[in-house]
Design a binder for this molecule. Sequence first.
Ligand code: ATP
Length: 455
Amino acid sequence: MEKLTMEKLTNYCKQYGFIYPGSEIYGGFANTWDYGPLGSRLINNIKDCWRKRFVAQRRNSYEIDCGILMNPKVWEASGHTKSFSDPQVDCKECKKRYRADKLISNFTTDINPDLMTYEEMGKFINENIPCPNCGKRNFTDIREFDLMFKTYRGTVNDQKLEIYLRPETCQGEYINFQNVLRSQREKLPFTIAQVGKSFRNEVTPGNFLFRTIEFEQMELQTFCKPGNDEEIFNYNKKESMKFLTDLGINKNNLRFKDHDKLVFYASAATDIQYLYPTGWDELWGIHNRTNYDLTQHSKFSGKDLSYRDPETNEKYIPYILETAVGVGRLMLAFLIDALQEEQLEDKTTREVLKLHPALAPFKVAILPLIKKVHSEKAKEIYEKYSNYFMCTFDEASTIGKRYRRQDAIGTPYCITIDDNTLKNNTVTIRDRDTMKQITMDIDKVPYYIIEKTLF
Ligand code: ATP
């Protein structure tokens, strides 16, 4: 297949109903996207697999669902109101805006902007880097760009309270630490999970789903005794990587990248990077946040969030180990990795989306061979199988074209209804990847498919 570009993927996603540009009929709204019928299925399947692996299959992991709007003191305690910003620089000639650190890292890998001050970055840019858009070298000084979206609560103008759309989901888990601990009668270590929307007024959003201003995160926060943190950090690294490879991402497209410069409160931080068409970049963050978060929330709320060990009677502020991944960014990686163009024996090609069956928007396509003859029976089968898993139904055009469409949207199994179905109560099951067909009794199919599409 020719090299997959973000543009090609964007067109593919729109054509088949995975993702549409946001507010399209109004000329769009930059870097916002709407999930179509297939994208919504895919995104829900990604979340279901994550929940199964990291919540359902762990005895001490609890999912919560917190508000997007919180008391603004939360963001004071977390440090966001003071320092959640990125370095922004503008080209004075063509007015294009850049994130200074990204401008440097895209220009050279010889130096690391994470280790530079804003002054050093500004000097380096002005001395070395031409504007990637217009080629001139005339940049503004670096300015801090506030990433928090603000809004107001209240009706009377001068009494309005300034509040924020959350820029990350994890603060909800931290402020509910004691609620979960007590209501679930837990002891350390245990994990709070959350899947939810976050908002960031990014300096340079873009690259399709990679960096958007509204996005969903899936996060795990494990609370533990200081001293057990390193072991859990390493476990999180291993398990996050395993999740990705178990769901079919080629391991050559994944790597760990330790942070060169840690935020002051963290004691370790690693990203899992993915090889996007634009190059290696972050997919999943894994952090050791020490006892910073609960210390801060204790201080700002006045509530003691320390933990007393029921066995040793020791009292301490728990450490927090975090894993955080963007659902859209993960969907992007799954799509890039799965979309292939295959050369067939008869010299034709087919576009095939080799998603893990558990992720596929539809598990099964029900295809009557001849509309007039087999559709009635096919509809009956569709109704029956829909009780077990997501099915799609297609009776238009030739069977070959219908197989191709299902290949392109990743449906792992096509079930053809033909004369044998009417006579013998059997159907033909075609496998997306091998294109081999088998015949099976109608009633046995649901168990076969459930088994084959399990994660
Ligand atoms: P980046 O360095 O790419 O800005 P980050 O280090 O700020 O990301 P975290 O705050 O650790 O990211 O967020 C955890 C995860 O959330 C990231 O690994 C990524 O998958 C996702 N994420 C963060 N920002 C965005 C965004 N603007 N759009 C889409 N996903 C995002």
